[in-house]
Design a protein around this ligand. Structure first.
Ligand code: AP5
Length: 217
């Protein structure tokens, strides 16, 4: 299965991807996580992306398309879930072109729908483990010991772009540049819309319901 997960910052893309990849044995390809890894390693790519990310702007298409094309080439035969990519119509068109060249296509797009007012609380309260990537929330999903990862005891951190001010830019860019992808995909692909303003378990159950049918077809 080759899936694309769409949704505003804080819609729960990363949270849901973790369960999807486990259940269907897929590779989770998060453009945001790859960029943060490049930054942590101090690569040229990471340095180029830094200022865009910290201000809530999109990293230029040419950088992202090349980076994701490399990542997709390493995906297993079972397939992948794209989280955070594509994010512009140009990125989506380039992805389609690259897949088509090897006789492939996106099987389904999972669109997490959420209002801006809901994501502000989620984003400003998010904490994550820099070692294993596990995501927590200061109110909704607390670790057993405050500020410490349950899995490996590492001190949790807040992403530098998870402030209200930067989030406003991220949301503005989402509505202007990424939301049009829903209509783009509705022309030629199967798109499933999900109400993301629900308990994560309920969102997950709705997704599994659709995907279980998809894997059987
Ligand atoms: P990226 O890392 O992709 O960030 P994003 O899209 O803004 O998404 P988030 O990771 O913030 O949200 P999410 O939907 O994954 O939410 P999560 O599950 O963690 O991108 C960062 C930056 O990189 C971009 O701004 C850009 O600069 C650059 N970039 C990346 N890809 C790019 C591309 N293709 N082109 C150009 N630039 C690119 O959940 C958030 C919080 O809410 C957590 O605390 C979680 O516990 C909680 N939560 C989740 N679900 C629920 C629920 N149902 N109920 C209550 N709480 C919930």
């Amino acid at each position: 299965m080759k899936l694309v997960l769409l949704g505003a910052p804080g819609a729960g893309k990363g949270t849901q991807c973790k369960s999807i990849v486990e259940r269907y044995n897929l590779l989770h390809l998060s453009s945001g996580d790859i960029l943060r890894q490049e930054r942590a390693e101090g690569t040229d790519l990471g340095k180029k992306a830094q200022d865009y990310m910290d201000s809530g702007a999109l990293v230029p298409d040419e950088i992202i398309i090349e980076m994701m094309a490399k990542a997709i080439k390493k995906a297993p035969a079972e397939g992948f879930v794209l989280d955070g990519f594509p994010r512009t119509v140009n990125q989506a068109a380039e992805l389609d072109k690259a897949l088509l060249a090897s006789g492939q296509q996106i099987d389904a797009v999972l669109n997490l729908e959420i209002e801006d007012r809901v994501v502000t609380k989620r984003i400003t309260g998010r904490r994550s483990c820099p070692a294993c990537g596990t995501v927590y929330h200061v109110e909704n999903l607390k670790p057993k010991t405050e500020g410490i990862c349950d899995k490996d005891g590492t001190e949790l951190v807040q992403r530098p772009d998870d402030t209200e001010q930067v989030l406003a830019n991220r949301l503005e860019n989402y509505h202007r540049q990424t939301e049009p992808l829903v209509d783009y995909y509705k022309k030629n692909n199967t798109v499933y819309d999900f109400d993301a303003d629900r308990d994560p378990d309920n969102v997950r159950a709705s997704m599994f319901e659709k995907l279980d049918v998809l894997v059987k077809t």
